[in-house]
Design a binder for this molecule. Structure first.
Ligand SMILES: Nc1nc2c(ncn2[C@@H]2O[C@H](COP(=O)(O)OP(=O)(O)OP(=O)(O)O)[C@@H](O)[C@H]2O)c(=O)[nH]1
Ligand SMILES: [Mg+2]
Length: 329
């Protein structure tokens, strides 16, 4: 939304080049993210530039416009209220007097809201480390598993996949394709097999082969939502027989485009089976990327990864600071 300020800053000598390698890679991440988050970024930006270009003074009209933009991007009432109240506070006590200061403060507040959700997944605490992937149909589970396999392999870990979605005929083949692309083994039985037994076998096999990480796919839809929750609870029970601490991560994959509805669904999964982390997908295809702020305020679950495209490299560890910088670029 403050693109013109950024462009102006980019030409000033102090900010043109960063010397540290970390900073360079962070800048690259922000540019890539910024491109992927284009739709949400535009929701923030629409209508704001006029205010900022036309007026030097910060006034209540500007804050109202900002509030509307935040709500349109699904930032949610709670986080939006925090942002506007804190800005208003600083404006009242003259700590913010121009748009540059407003921009800086806005970024700080937004980063503070998201920071608690930035908790990377540490897969070294168990071997095999078992990740159970859950979520409603079409959220992006199987695709994210394929991307995760690629991510972990790049870290030098050995990975195995378990085809726990035995409900839909094509589900096993879809996972097997991802297995082939990543050159990782996929443990599968046929359609209609008991998912808990497929995943149990996979974990036993991973143990015997000294595999680091096992990622289990599950169905997104059964005959009823109760069936689904019962099945997932059974998978967890059966796994715990093998290793009391397994699954080590129960990760929900959530489609950002569902906005507030996705939050409600995630809460249902959390209440039924207990979640330990999330991957928020399809941030590239939605104007509702602000949902991350609602997640931070309501679900308070670690956001392990974000999905920003259909390609194998389009799943990134969530970084709160880069995310906000990309949105405000
Ligand atoms: N643009 C975009 N598309 C994505 C992303 N993640 C997944 N998709 C697409 O979303 C669609 C559904 O993904 P799947 O991985 O099959 O979803 P699923 O949760 O396994 O679905 P079910 O097996 O039916 O429960 C596919 O076309 C994916 O390519 C993302 O981050 N961005
Ligand atoms: Mg699937």
């Amino acid at each position: 939304m403050f693109g013109f300020i950024k462009r102006k800053q980019k030409n000033t000598p102090e900010t043109t080049q960063s010397t540290s390698e970390t900073q360079t890679s962070s800048n690259e991440n922000v540019s890539e993210l910024s491109h992927s988050l284009e739709k949400t970024r535009r929701t923030f930006a629409d209508g704001m530039a006029d205010f900022l270009l036309g007026k030097k003074n910060i006034n209540s009209e500007l804050l109202e416009a900002l509030e509307t933009r935040l709500l349109s991007a699904d930032v949610g009432i709670d986080a939006t209220t925090t942002i506007i109240d804190e800005l208003q506070n600083d404006i009242s006590r003259k700590a913010i007097t121009d748009t540059d200061a407003l921009h800086a403060k806005l970024a700080t507040i937004m980063k503070d809201i998201l920071q608690p959700c930035e908790q990377g997944l540490d897969t070294d605490s168990a071997k095999p480390f078992v990740i159970l992937v859950v979520g409603i149909n079409g959220a992006g589970k199987t695709t994210s598993i394929g991307k995760l396999a690629n991510h972990f392999k790049k870290q030098g870990k050995s990975v195995m996949l378990a085809a726990g979605d035995t409900f839909r005929a094509a589900a096993v083949e879809q996972l097997q394709e991802w297995g082939q692309r990543n050159s990782v083994p996929v443990i599968a039985q046929g359609t209609g097999a008991d998912p808990a037994s497929v995943i149990f076998d996979a974990v036993e096999s991973a143990s015997s082969k000294n595999i680091d990480i096992i990622i289990a796919d599950t169905a997104g839809r059964l005959h009823t939502q109760d069936n689904l929750m019962d099945e997932l609870a059974k998978i967890k029970r059966v796994l715990a027989k093998l290793d009391a601490s397994a699954p080590h991560e129960t990760m929900i994959v959530m489609d950002a485009g569902f906005g507030q509805n996705a939050l409600h669904q995630a809460q249902q999964f959390h209440d039924s089976i207990g979640l330990t982390g999330m991957a928020v997908t399809k941030l590239d295809g939605t104007a509702k990327g602000g949902i991350l702020f609602s997640i931070a305020r309501t679900l308070k679950l670690p956001v392990r990864f974000i999905g920003i495209g259909e390609g194998i490299d389009d799943l990134k560890p969530f970084n709160a600071s880069e995310f906000v910088d990309a949105l405000l670029e």
